[in-house]
Design a protein around this ligand. Sequence first.
Ligand code: SF4
Length: 684
Amino acid sequence: TDPTGREFESNPTVCPFCGVGCQIEYAERGGATGVEGAVNARGEICPKGAAAFDVVDHEDRLTEPLVRHGGRFVTAPWAEALDRVVDGIGGVVDRHGPDAVQFFASSNCTNEENYVLQKLARVLGTNNVDNCARLCHSSTVAAMSERFGAGAMTNTLDDLRETDCLFVNGANPAEQHPVAFRSYLLPAIRDGATLVHVDPRANDTTEAADVHLPLRPGTDIEVANAIAAVLVEEGLVDEAFLAERTTGFDRLRDRLAAVDVAANAEAAGVDPEAIREAARAYGEADRAAIVTGMGTSQHRCGTDNVHALLNLALLTGNVGRPGTGVNPLRGQNNVQGASDVGGLPSVLPGYEPVTDAAARERVADEWGVEPPSEPGLTEVEATHRFGDEVRAAVVFGENPAVTEPNATAVASAFEDLDFCVVIDLFETATATHADVVLPGSAWAEKAGTVTNTDRRVMRMRPNADLPGNARRDLDILTDLSRRLTDRPEAFDYDGPEAVFDELTRVASIYEGMSYEGIGDGSQRWPFSASDGTGTDVLHAETFATGERTAPLAVVDPVPPADELDAGELTLTTGRVLQHFNSGALSRRSDRLMAMRGEDTLQINPTDAVERGIDDGDRVTVSNERGSVEATAAVTPAVREGVAFCTFHYADPLANALTGDALDPEAKIPEFKHSGVAVEPTADD
Ligand code: SF4
């Protein structure tokens, strides 16, 4: 029983926050106890995980369906609310066709729930389904899939302890994946591994770094190409690996010969000697691992940024061995799984392209309906077309009115829809634009599986009863699917295990997995049904493309979309230890708010003096997209010309300022580089 009197069971389940995937259990003292990972039980937990139960019983929880009547929400019985959804979505499908509906899957919900949501979209006849993996690592997945054949971590978290050099590019694992940092990266560093940190902002990860490259936002390619040039120039490449496992070295070498390390360093605003030091640390290590985050991926050239990093791994033979690889750290507890199970517009469950006729037929054998063959719209593309070719939205556990770039415009675009239904725990900013809001289940109330950042599938188990008339998400989705499609029998499941069993038949990377096999531990994909084991280190003998070799790529720098006007700073956004994504969960925890209740705008002392800003002053941050106020934190941690704030808060709403220029391939927005004016807020 917790301090509020609500009863919890104590079943091991998975933390609802980051992609490390710590197992947690409820503790009588009113919090959570941690068991880090399913395999290595160390009892580790971070502040967010410890506060995870705080939000389950929050007074803001929705306990009844809400239906809009005369511009206001009123509570309604489930039957009436679901009828409204069937009329709203079904009406749009009848009038405009299924491609007029956009489905937002959820990186924070289970594999089973996301599988059913994408199946609903495809049985209705559209591939318009996406999840917020689009906003974090779609560019990483695009580049790694193209070159290596798989878009996930090549190695495992545990395996990072074996490395001799950690090259952390655009990630801050000390704050964003804290248990992984403490359990795997720090022990490796204490055992002598070198840490190179490429980040415009000095943060907790930088404190452990041997080399810090505080690059200008948007110059990742300049830095990676300069490092590649040094690797070639100083003979730090792996000739045998290049000959046996790569193609295209001659062309890349010729291009790198033209790279002027000093010029690239100047463009990036870093010391050329530090670039050489980083190259030597990476190139001379026996085992070197790249760890990459959203600082790399969230650019309009995010895919190219990752291509440039992949070159480093291939040039030095740091692929396919323990302690090496290219390892994207995923943000949400099931962002990997939501993509694995097909919550993406261009691929079916298991990453089979929707354009592949044989893959569609395999799915049709299970579903009784063949999915459409044209890729659907990504999240950001869809919001740009609200009120035009997109007329309705099903938003499941996401909050795009806060999390998408140019968020004020996105929020207003929701008003252009004919119909919108939101399934969530709270009346979020997006829900305020909905016609119907359905009260779903919190992480502690649901059963199913999630897949963490290193491809481990783990079980979630219910620990608490649903409040009021809230329902389990899986029940809501299957109920809606039976009502909305003409294949109700395709959504008759006897609980989440039956959904998972179907998933293992449809998605080859999950083939052979089972709830029984996962038990209290995990199963890692790609899974071998015959061996009953997963694969820790990918690409050891062949790449996941099926080829023995992977291509090296020539990557040229791409300037950011926002050209800075005179006097503007580059706003770059990120995360902090105590909060999570749009803050819909973490800002409802008193404990986390006590630790960090307010966001600040970090600004370099030189920029602050030029603008007459003192530490603690209120400042106005603005550009053509919006204007927000924040409290200034004057600190040398951010480089001159750069300002930093998080995207966890509704006020200041960082995404009111971010731009919606997209990477042409992955369609990821350029969150990490926005031109802004910063000035003291005028007194009233
Ligand atoms: Fe949860 Fe991530 Fe913290 Fe682990 S490290 S307790 S998964 S937020």
